[in-house]
Design a protein around this ligand. Structure first.
Ligand code: ADP
Ligand code: MG
Length: 708
């Protein structure tokens, strides 16, 4: 057995949720009345009484301390896209005998004031009025984080300013969940559902990532500082053989996955599928879907745990969207659906979608929402790493379209053409042609891999989100635009005195007006770009251009109407996009010029010396120096190009940095600095192919991708 193989057996049932203060544990540890009160608040909102909050806090602390916790933290999602925590020990003032009694009150549970004034706020918080509060998200369970710091009780919270503006990604998400619930309820009521009291968005995010040997990673400043390689000639082999995708998992990676699953299960994360992805050393993990805000929390936990477990195994986990040039990057497929608290998935078409009028209305509303707010959806998936994926080297394209599949597309066509649909295409039997293999029922619809917003059976899969990004923004956008479409539809139908006719007309109207968003062809093709333009669909290639979608009149109206963001909050978020973009590119440019001057140029100079000395020696000995001289001269030419490009990049970056934050600066970074970075990369990558590998100062693509 290899040293990595872990031999002990794992009992998932036993360990699952062992580090989570679950409902089950609350039931065990809380008086019944308090337990009922908390369940009620979780389900219907409202506030926990101060007395009950104290009881819950006490029980939570006892459980945490029994499990070794020394600190608690309000865990939140600032606008950096990752999570934040400030630890507080359970210590209190010792009594006069010098004895310490650990305490944790309801007040501390519910509200925190972490200061935290250094997070990006897009001008919302001047530091002199820096009060910011964290507020307990009662619907997402508290958990224990265990690492070198010890055991920390983490309480999921929302983070708001003194004046109530959202300073985080959680608050708007929770607001959007309530909005879509309220509007979806109006729809199901119209269809006669009197029992449902809540409609919840469910989310299942598939997380892609790369693993790299940690020692090698640490020798690449570009990876350490920018999270991706900024230099590197292609390896001898890329992903062209398709032999990594779904391939047998290597021992070292398998040991990582096993550890990762264990940690995640203990944290109540339902890690479900794992496999090798398309690019060498790329992998994927998908949990089972759950309520949107919990899915957001859990996705953060997944990303953090991946990093931690990788480190333990001598690996590093790369979440960046494009760690390597020339092979696939990583994304996060965000599967989304809506379910009533009575268990009905509003996106389930059933066996006869043509007869499922409620489903058809929901579908029509979603198409309308996506078409009208394609720019917002695109914006919600903007992040710096994703610039190299969306509409650039690989798909999904930056154009938003919806894939419905053959069956639904046919139903939609019937509805548009005749106003009624009376049949639908069914999958039928799949014949294997082998007598010992059974024939199976096919799905009604094949898959499409290139669509950014694809219907997949009973959910939509939004595929644009970047692998390192929080999924909060994307889900806030989806929830809100769908809430609006539901609201518009309910407004019309509630007023009409002929329900059936009103629904029928509305479905036909929405489908007809928004059919342009439906596309089932190849999203990667140049033809689609042209076709989409003809259809008038936006193609926003860069996050810098997408950011202004947040503050259009249409968007402000939408978000204010449902109380998701105020205009000021939207403006601040747009500002943060520019700031983040500019700062990130600035770091990348610094890393490049620094590596050029401190690593590549000196290494090449040393190699030139060796080569020159050899040439002299060979010449003296009467040997043939022509090949060596040619190489030396070629290296000299490339080295001059490196120096020139380095100086140029330094100058252009300094100019960009001197500009004030804002869109103009970001455009300058994108249009001037990024091309200058490419101009520096080219001669360095060329040199990599000319210089002795043993003289090259950093690990190469072969070392990084193929020796994990
Ligand atoms: P694939 O790669 O084939 O698309 P995966 O199994 O990798 O599928 O991931 C699918 C994701 O979608 C999982 O997280 C799964 O739990 C989630 N999912 C399944 N049904 C729903 C649903 N009704 N709503 C939201 N997410 C769902
Ligand atoms: Mg998958």
């Amino acid at each position: 057995m290899s040293e990595n193989a872990v031999s002990e057996n794992v009992n998932i049932e036993e360990i699952f949720g062992s580090k989570v203060f679950t409902l089950g544990k609350m039931k065990e540890r809380l008086p019944e009345s308090v337990y009922e009160e908390i369940r009620n608040v979780m389900q219907h909102g409202g506030e926990l009484s101060r007395k009950s909050a104290d009881v819950v806090a006490g029980a939570m602390k006892d459980w945490a301390v029994e499990n070794g916790a020394t600190h608690f933290t309000h865990w939140f999602h600032p606008l950096t896209g990752i999570t934040a925590e400030k630890h507080d020990a359970f210590v209190t003032h010792p009594d006069n005998m010098g004895r310490m009694i650990m305490e944790f009150s309801g007040k501390e549970l519910i509200k925190g004031e972490p200061d935290a004034s250094s997070f990006p706020s897009g001008g919302l918080r001047a530091t002199f009025e820096a009060r910011g509060y964290t507020v307990w998200d009662i619907t997402s369970p508290a958990f224990l984080k265990e690492d070198a710091t010890g055991v920390i009780l983490c309480i999921p919270t929302a983070f708001c300013s003194y004046t109530g503006e959202a300073l985080d990604k959680k608050t708007p998400l929770l607001r959007s969940m309530e909005a879509v619930s309220e509007q979806a309820l109006r729809i199901v009521r119209l269809f006669g559902d009197t029992k449902a009291t809540k409609v919840t968005p469910s989310v299942g995010p598939e997380q892609e990532y790369f693993l790299v040997d940690r020692a090698k990673y640490l020798r690449r400043p570009d990876m350490v500082f920018a999270g991706r390689t900024l230099f590197g000639a292609p390896a001898y082999k890329g992903q062209e053989m398709d032999d990594h995708y779904f391939g047998a998992i290597r021992e070292r990676v398998g040991a990582f996955m096993k550890d990762l699953n264990l940690e995640l299960w203990k944290l109540g994360v339902t890690a479900k599928t794992q496999h090798n992805e398309v690019a060498p050393s790329q992998h994927e993990l998908a949990p089972i879907y759950e309520t949107a805000n919990i899915a957001v929390d859990h996705n953060q936990i997944i990303m953090e745990t991946m990093k931690k477990v990788a480190e333990r195994r001598g690996l590093h986990c790369l979440l960046n969207e494009k760690p390597y040039k020339g092979v696939n990057g990583s994304g996060k497929h965000n599967n989304w659906s809506l379910t009533t608290d009575t268990g009905v998935n509003l996106l389930d078409p059933g066996y006869t979608p043509e007869a499922n009028v409620q489903f058809l209305l929901v579908l029509a509303c979603i198409l309308k929402a996506v078409d009208e707010h394609a720019d917002l959806l695109r914006q919600s998936a903007g992040n710096v790493g994703n610039e190299h994926r969306l509409g650039a080297d690989e798909a999904p394209p930056a154009i938003i379209s919806v894939f419905l599949g053959e069956q639904l597309e046919d139903v939609v066509r019937q509805l548009i053409e005749t106003g009624a649909a009376d049949h639908s295409i069914h999958g039928g039997k799949l014949k294997t042609g082998v007598s010992t293999l059974s024939d199976i029922e096919k799905d009604a619809t094949d898959r499409n891999r290139t669509s950014p917003f694809a219907f997949t059976g009973n959910k939509f899969e939004f595929r644009m989100v970047g692998s390192s990004d929080s999924i909060a923004d994307a889900n806030t956008a989806i929830n809100t635009i769908v809430a609006e479409a539901f609201c518009d539809a309910a407004d019309v139908i509630e007023k009409s005195d002929n329900f059936e006719l009103a629904v029928h007309d509305l479905i036909k109207e929405y489908l007809t007006d928004h059919a342009r968003i439906i596309f089932s062809g190849d999203g990667y093709s140049e033809n689609w770009v042209k076709e989409a333009e003809k259809r008038g669909l936006p193609n926003i290639r860069s996050m810098v251009d997408a950011a202004s979608a947040l503050t259009t009149e249409k968007s402000v109206k939408l978000f204010e109407r449902f109380g998701i963001y105020t205009k000021v909050e939207l403006e601040s978020r747009e500002e943060i996009v520019y700031e983040t973009y500019s700062k990130s590119i600035n770091i990348e440019a610094n890393a490049m010029t620094g590596m050029a001057r401190k690593l590549y140029i000196p290494a090449v100079v040393r190699y030139e010396k060796t080569l020159a000395e050899t040439i002299n020696a060979v010449r003296e000995a009467g040997g043939d120096i022509s090949a060596m001289s040619e190489i030396l001269s070629e290296i000299g030419t490339e080295l001059s190009a490196v120096l020139k490009a380095t100086e140029e990049l330094e100058k252009i970056t300094a100019d960009a940095k001197a500009m004030p934050y804002g869109k103009d600066q970001s455009v300058c970074y994108r249009d001037k600095v990024v091309p200058a970075m490419a101009a520096l990369r080219a001669p360095v990558d060329k040199l990599e192919t000319l210089v002795d590998k043993r003289a090259w100062p950093v690990p190469t693509y072969e070392d990084l991708m193929f020796e994990v």
